[in-house]
Design a protein. Structure first.
Length: 152
């Protein structure tokens, strides 16, 4: 009877210990360690000839999660869209009193005409950034040329 009681206590303790364990996800960052920084800028490109403001184009920020904790891995993606004048602004989390780092990317396809021929151009550019808590990072993606173009 004592063995059965002891086994029951051991089993119950194991169940309680297992249920009490909680896996911490790398993206579970608490508010007391999170500040914010702003990444802003503008995008222009040259379809054929002449500079054009890149209106309504996607902008991505891949935030390096190791800036929050060395045990975190990977990146977390944030995105926004340029306004009618090609400007963008995005607020991202930063460790309080420290910097966040990552990769800023703009990528889009656009159809244009050059010398009476229609093309589909793919525009893409990246920049690494570091933004401190409470600060801002400014970048201009100016006069992007097509990485490649397809005749249509």
């Amino acid at each position: 009877m004592k063995k059965l009681f002891f086994r029951g206590i051991v089993l119950l303790s194991a169940v309680v210990a297992f249920v009490a364990c909680e896996k911490v996800e790398p993206t579970a960052i608490t508010d007391d360690v999170v500040g914010s920084g702003t990444i802003q800028g503008f995008v222009t490109y040259t379809p054929g000839s002449g500079q054009v403001r890149a209106a309504n184009k996607p902008v991505f920020v891949d935030l390096d999660m190791t800036c929050f904790d060395a045990t975190f891995t990977g990146v977390k993606r944030y995105s926004t869209t340029t306004d009618a004048s090609g400007k963008f602004s995005l607020t991202v989390p930063c460790p309080v009193g420290k910097s966040a780092t990552g990769l800023l990317t703009v990528a889009f396809d656009e159809t244009y005409t050059q010398s009476s021929t229609n093309y589909l151009g793919h525009y893409e550019a990246t920049d690494t950034f570091s933004v401190i808590d409470g600060g801002s990072y400014l970048h201009a993606f100016e006069n992007l040329s097509p990485k490649y173009k397809l005749k249509q």
